[in-house]
Design a protein around this ligand. Structure first.
Ligand code: PLP
Length: 442
């Protein structure tokens, strides 16, 4: 039995290069983080060898004594980390990631082609909430369910709840989804809950009323640390990824109310949708890593970390505003800012490229009103990963200044480039004619 160095130097070398890249760059992608060594040890363990279809105590394979112990521990820790009463809430820790978790919820509580409403992708929502273009149903969610997005009020950058209410009253969805991939503010859960109550008379086929689900993928670490609003007070179902602000391994979880909602037993519907509905054997190594992460998520250090994620993000936002940038919604209450670069006459794709060349990793992002998702008008910047690496507000102020410098270089490069297409820009900035090193000051 050989280790990686002897067995496969090629893969080892790639991992080494990726480790160097992660170590040397400023990691500002809002959905990424650095998980702990303890989590990685569990993920890289013998747990990966075991099949365990089913749930603890009800498996379709033998030899699951310890896997049962592990999954039960993980479930208990998940409920404790989010301050939930085991009598009222249950959790499934087997979803392979965030998108499968969401689709599992849809298949659990909806019939094919039932109506759903989620935040539109160009306004900050996620593909798995039902994105479609005028030409194409892009995600499986929009292929198998009828999706009507709600949007931001472009003048404030905040969710347009009035419009959501008006549209929902006409569209009568069976499910409304809160949560986003690029929204710097908290969702107004009481308002969304009220909307459902007002409209409880909706009658769709034999079913009356609508469910409220929160996809807290981006902010689950912040929710666990109680530094943002608590979706569990108002929602019937809460899904999450486990690898973003929560700082665990790549995976997903689905929390559900134990009492029936709208006559549906969520516990059995969701558990059955995960397995055998859409998945086979759980990834026990991930569940092991998740259990470790959820232990940590209950510690005072974790709360302190999440408080810093938010204060660092505020410092970044304030400095960017001082430097003259327009931020969607005017700031941030969570771990990310969305910068609208359109007033400067550049786009997120060009800025992302230049910043990437300077080892500043962030992503281009649509801002409300954009025409193209490939050349969107904004960039999304997140604080979780660099906060894990020990950055304080002082360093995040410097980060804002580095980004400003990158944007200035992008503006300069745009002036120099021959041709107006994005390819022309990319070709020019990667050519010897354009040396970024000469552009970056000491
Ligand atoms: N939900 C939200 C809000 C997300 O931002 C993401 C990913 O970025 C997902 C779900 C999907 O997660 P995954 O990439 O693990 O499928």
């Amino acid at each position: 039995d050989y280790g990686l160095s002897e067995a496969d130097p090629e893969v080892r070398e790639i991992i080494h290069k990726e480790k160097e890249r992660q170590f040397k760059s400023l990691e500002l992608i809002a959905s990424e983080n650095f998980t702990s060594r303890a989590v990685m040890e569990a993920v890289g363990s013998c747990l990966t060898n075991k099949y365990s279809e089913g749930l603890p105590g009800k498996r379709y394979y033998g030899g699951n004594e310890y896997i049962d112990e592990l999954e039960t521990l993980c479930q208990k820790r998940a409920l404790a980390a989010f301050h939930l009463d085991e009598k009222k809430w249950g959790v499934n820790v087997q979803p392979l990631s965030g998108s499968p978790a969401n689709f599992e919820v849809y298949t659990a509580i909806l019939n094919p082609h039932d109506r759903i409403m989620g935040l539109d992708l160009p306004h900050g929502g996620h593909l798995s909430h039902g994105f479609m273009t005028p030409k194409r149903r892009v995600s499986g969610t929009s292929i198998y369910f009828e999706s009507m997005p709600y949007r931001l009020d472009e003048s404030t950058g905040l969710v347009d709840y009035d419009m959501l209410e008006k549209t929902a009253t006409l569209f009568r969805p069976r499910l409304i989804i809160a949560g986003a991939s690029a929204y710097p503010r908290d969702f107004d859960y009481p308002r969304m809950r009220k909307l459902l109550r007002i409209n409880m008379h909706w009658k769709i086929a034999d079913a009356v009323g609508a469910f409220l689900m929160m996809d807290m993928a981006h902010i689950s670490g912040l929710v666990a640390a109680s530094v943002v609003g608590d979706p569990f007070e108002y929602c019937d179902i809460v899904t999450t990824t486990t690898h973003k602000s929560l700082r665990g391994p790549r995976g997903g979880m689905i929390f559900f109310k134990k009492d029936p909602v709208l006559g549906v037993d969520l516990e059995s519907a969701i558990n059955n949708a995960v397995f055998p509905g859409l998945q086979g054997g759980p990834h026990n190594h991930t569940i092991g890593g998740l259990a470790v992460c959820l232990k940590h998520a209950q510690s005072p250090e974790f709360k302190n970390y999440q408080e810093k994620v938010v204060s660092n993000c505020r410092a970044l936002a304030s400095r960017l505003i001082e430097l003259g940038y327009k931020l969607v919604s005017g700031g941030s209450d969570n771990h990310l800012v969305l910068v609208d670069l359109r007033p400067l006459g550049i786009d997120g794709a060009r800025a992302e490229k230049i910043l990437d060349m300077a080892s500043i990793t962030l992503n281009k992002n649509s801002v409300a009103g954009d025409k193209s998702a490939l050349v969107p008008g904004g960039i999304r910047i997140g604080s979780p990963a660099m906060t894990t690496r020990g950055f304080t507000e002082k360093e995040f102020i410097t980060v804002a200044e580095f980004i400003h410098e990158g944007v200035q270089i992008t503006l300069e490069a745009k002036k120099l480039v021959k041709g107006s297409k994005l390819q022309d820009f990319m070709k020019f900035v990667t050519s010897p004619d354009f040396s970024l090193m000469n552009k970056v000051s000491d």
